[in-house]
Design a protein around this ligand. Structure first.
Ligand code: COA
Length: 148
């Protein structure tokens, strides 16, 4: 029986997908980010038949575009293994994280969305804000946000 499980994971479990799907230009040892081990940071993984297929990291950080009275989290390094894309894995990940964020009384989830990923975030209710900006080695991005 095929089994899908969405759960909190340790940061090191994100590295393989980060490297393969998100940052192929980086080396494995550079696939951690400074905020990975902060107490308020959490990582979500979706497993298909015990294999990790989708990941996302949620970091307590304000974006000054939003009023600081709002409690904010940032989504970083969201990716689904190529073979599993468009199979609702990313959607399950976001829905799972939303519950956790709402329990923490977070009001805004924001991210720097890659141009290609904008339709994915829009399907999940995120809005865009402002113009495109370029992130070196990756490409065009837009700020996106979701009121929780
Ligand atoms: C963007 C990404 C994370 C989406 O993950 P995913 O697991 O494929 O997404 P899902 O299958 O859960 O998609 C949810 C919905 O968005 C839609 N969607 C996903 N990617 C899409 C795209 N590129 N264009 C249009 N619609 C898209 C799906 O069709 C689905 O719609 P539905 O609910 O009507 O069926 C994944 O494609 C990916 O890892 N891309 C490469 C890395 C990347 O760009 N990450 C984002 C960094 S900001």
């Amino acid at each position: 029986m095929k089994e899908i499980e969405t759960t909190l994971i340790k940061s090191h479990l994100t590295h393989q997908i980060r490297r393969k799907v998100l940052w192929p230009h980086k080396k494995q040892e550079n696939c951690s980010i400074n905020e990975d081990l902060l107490e308020e940071t959490f990582h979500v993984g979706v497993f298909f038949n015990k294999e990790i297929v989708s990941i996302g990291t949620f970091i307590k950080t304000n974006n000054k575009v939003f009023e600081s009275k709002y409690s904010q989290y940032r989504l970083r390094a969201m990716g689904t293994n190529k073979d599993y894309q468009k199979k609702s894995m990313g959607k399950q990940l976001i829905l799972y994280a939303k519950k956790i964020l709402i329990e923490k009384n977070v009001e805004i989830l924001w991210c720097d969305a890659r141009k290609k990923a904008i339709p994915f975030y829009q399907k999940l209710g995120f809005k865009t804000k402002g113009n495109y900006y370029k992130i070196p080695e990756i490409g065009l991005h837009k700020l996106m946000y979701l009121y929780l």
